[in-house]
Design a protein around this ligand. Structure first.
Ligand SMILES: NC(=O)C1=CN([C@@H]2O[C@H](COP(=O)(O)OP(=O)(O)OC[C@H]3O[C@@H](n4cnc5c(N)ncnc54)[C@H](O)[C@@H]3O)[C@@H](O)[C@H]2O)C=CC1
Ligand SMILES: O=C(O)CCC(=O)C(=O)O
Length: 525
């Protein structure tokens, strides 16, 4: 399919009139055709007006229609074929297997959400039938369902151009909830965005949905993104990116006459706790696995294991030797954008220049578009004294913090900001020490994992990809997995409303065949 560089506004495709986004080949820095002229404020207004007009129809689509729509998007993405894969590889510098895997994850995510829509439990129907004879007062008939919150603005991530972008988790969960979506395309992969946007636009048409169910806008600056969050017709925001970007959008959302929630997934250094028993038994093995996780995707994962906590000893020495050797052998890797490469280089230089930090290993040098792996080390009292040491280095670099004992490890964890993940490496004899730290870890992170690393998030019902601020703006929820749908729903209760006036979801005959709780008890079906 030929790229046209057009904004997709409802059923229309229109070239913008503002400064153009131009894709850059991540590996070479060459600019790629075509231009993607930015949307005007008029285009933004039209996309929001169409989304608002679509809302009441789209949110009341029956489960089968909405699930079929999500599946049609998945099928259309696959139909885009190799054109999508090659453009995405060019724009991001990510290798083919990664992009093909990410496409499979994106399509699988849409299909999972289709299953959840068909199954119906996110509507959360509760019925407390009237008790007219109850003394001293009768109880009214109460019926609850959850409805979609309204049109959602989505800002995709640069580092997951498919799974966290135009048809990624935020879009899929908002559409599954019944919310129209307006996407502000990430400027790092405009061609990928257009191809996926057209796949969604085509599915809107083939499923007979209102055209405003989906729009996609390009912008070389920030006025469209900011205007979108400020627009009174937008009811919630999904975002993955930098802390600076996420907090800027949170401030705009909070300052509106009607504030709205922003679900921003931002920075995280994902502590890895190496317990003594595990280190003694397999320090070198853990070191190799750590190096593989650290360098995955040039380290450009928000789940990247950036902080390692361990007690000194022969086990830690073996870990450092194996990790250091693997990292010294690791080739430099193309980074997503010149801006991300520069930010990474500067973050590594700051760490290398710290008087109380030593560099354990450095990967091979590469081209100007590439990032090289690094591993640093320091002691827990240095780490505790300098908050700058817990800033995310977005790339393949990590910091090992030597903790004199488990109390020092606890002190470091207490001092940490909110995180997406914590990984514990344990042998059976470490269980007591780990059990002591679990309540603290629960307060700091969204996902606790054992004998593994957090990179590679499973899209599943029991997944939490979230965590306390600043890992995300709202630690009560997740941006991956079926629970992500709940972000875009709110409960409405209907009291003594006649059956003929009730939405189908709450009618006595249960025409949508939804799971229900009657008087608090799940109904047998
Ligand atoms: N933790 C994570 O998951 C990720 C972190 N990052 C961090 O972010 C840095 C920059 O990467 P980007 O992907 O470009 O993230 P970014 O946060 O700069 O941009 C993400 C999206 O938000 C928009 N945006 C950012 N600031 C805005 C503002 N003030 N007003 C309106 N729109 C705004 C951008 O145009 C883009 O569409 C990286 O070097 C890295 O440090 C990037 C990707 C993922
Ligand atoms: O590790 C993953 O699979 C997802 C990571 C992620 O969400 C991110 O880097 O933004």
């Amino acid at each position: 399919m030929t790229l046209r560089g057009e904004n997709l506004i409802g059923a229309e495709a229109r070239r913008g009139t503002e400064a153009a986004v131009r894709a850059v080949a991540a590996a070479t820095g060459e600019s790629l055709e075509p231009d993607f002229p930015g949307a005007s404020l008029g285009d933004l207004d039209r996309a929001c007006a169409l989304a608002e007009a679509a809302f009441d129809t789209y949110r009341e689509t029956d489960p089968e229609t909405r699930a079929g729509f999500l599946e049609a998007i998945a099928a259309n993405i696959l139909e885009t074929g190799d054109a999508l894969v090659t453009r995405c590889m060019e724009e991001t510098g990510l290798p083919r297997p990664r992009i093909e895997g990410e496409r499979a994850r994106t399509v699988g995510q849409l299909r999972l959400f289709a299953d959840v829509v068909r199954e119906g439990s996110s509507v959360a129907v509760r019925i407390d039938p009237a008790l007219p004879d109850r003394k001293p007062l009768p109880r009214p008939d109460l019926r609850l369902r959850r409805i979609a919150v309204g049109p959602v603005a989505v800002f995709g991530a640069s580092n997951f151009p498919l799974a966290f972008s135009v048809a990624g988790g935020d879009t899929a969960s908002a559409l599954a909830a019944g919310c129209p979506v307006v996407v502000k395309a990430h400027p790092a992969h405009p061609g990928t965005s257009e191809l996926v946007g057209r796949a969604i636009q085509k599915a809107v048409a083939s499923c007979g949905l209102p055209e405003g169910t989906f729009s996609l806008l390009f912008d070389a600056g920030q006025s469209i993104g900011q205007g979108l969050v400020a627009d009174p017709r937008i009811a919630a925001v999904g975002f993955t990116g930098s802390r600076r970007g996420g907090t800027a959008l949170m401030a705009i959302a909070a300052a509106r006459p009607v504030p709205i929630p922003v679900y921003a997934e931002m920075s995280s250094i994902n502590p890895v706790l190496l317990f003594p028993g595990a280190l003694a038994a397999r320090g070198a093995e853990i070191g190799q696995a750590f190096a593989a996780s650290l360098t995955l995707g040039a380290g450009q994962f928000c789940t990247n294991p950036g902080l390692i906590l361990a007690l000194p000893g022969p086990g830690l020495d073996a870990f450092l030797e194996a990790a250091g050797a693997a990292l010294r052998d690791s080739p430099a890797a193309t980074m997503l954008t010149p801006g991300i490469q520069r930010a990474y280089r500067e973050a590594v230089a700051r760490m290398a220049g710290h008087a109380a930090v030593t560099r354990i290993a450095e990967g091979a040098e590469g081209r100007v578009t590439q990032g090289r792996a690094s591993l640093f080390a320091t002691d827990s009292d240095v780490f505790l004294a300098d908050p700058a040491l817990q800033e995310e280095m977005f790339g393949a670099s990590g910091l090992v913090v030597r903790c004199a004992d488990l109390a020092a490890m606890r002190a470091v964890l207490e001092h940490l900001e909110g995180q997406l993940t914590a990984a514990l490496h344990l042998a059976p004899e470490d269980h007591a020490a780990a059990r002591d730290l679990l309540p603290l870890l629960e307060r700091r992170v969204g996902r606790i994992l054992v004998n593994g690393f957090g990179t590679g998030v499973e899209v599943a019902h029991a997944m939490v990809h979230g965590g306390p601020y600043p890992a995300t703006s709202d630690g009560r929820t997740t941006s991956v997995g079926s629970l992500a749908i709940d972000r875009f729903l709110r409960p409405v209760s209907y009291q003594d409303v006649p059956d003929a006036l009730l939405p189908a979801a709450l009618q006595a005959a249960n025409p949508l065949d939804l799971p229900r709780r009657i008087d608090g008890v799940p109904e047998r079906r």
